[in-house]
Design a protein. Sequence first.
Length: 277
Amino acid sequence: MRSSKVPTEFGWFFIIPSVFFLLVVFIFPISLFLSKSGFDPGPTSKHLLHLFDNPVFFKVLWITFKISFTVTLSALLIGYPIAYLLTVVSERARNLLMILVLIPFWTSLLVRTYAWMVLLGRKGIINQTLIYLELIDQPVKMLYTTFAVNVGMVQMMTPFMVLALFSVMKGIERGLLQAAGSLGASKFQAFIRIYLPLSMPGIGAGCLLVFIYSLGFFITPALLGGRKDIMLSMLIEEQVSSLLNWGFGAMLALLLLSATAVFFFIYTRFFKLEQIG
């Protein structure tokens, strides 16, 4: 009987189209754009000097990191119990909960952001409800604040965290917790000493996905945030679209890419690269 296995030397023919597509659609355009940070049009260091001359850009980078970290931590605190619940309920309940988790993926990001504007506005549903219940006298400013940015981004990032956690949690043997209980460990001790360490790869992968994705978020902070909530992606858009300063926009993009690479390197120091998937 002849083997249907493809010879190794022909395997590259199946990889070449994917590599070519990656080079043409992703790597080449990004490299061309980033090159403008040092060639505008000829070799120059003015954009790098301008970056260090004005501390506001590093302040914006700090705000970007702070919001991304807050969103990541919030998504973890919300997503962990949901992912755990998905592993203990029945198959039918799990399918229903998974649909609820995936609903945000089926809705436009812009639509979800405008929905939060309707909810958080001074005349929005939340303020009107609080006034109707006589809990407040005047509308509370929630829109165009850091709170609004965090709430909107957490709602959009939590599904990524849940999926990353669930992919690891579903492989944890429940018998390990039962064995720990039979040896005298309480449920809390069994969770802390057994379940939590075994779920760390999911925590690491989820935090990596959410944090890196949050670093480059644009639409939600632009629509829900105020002047104190400017993220680096918003500055890049302003430099390229409004000021037509492609060179400095590329320098800011390079700064964002470098920050992402540093965080990814830190992740690889604690977790295996294969655990991302």
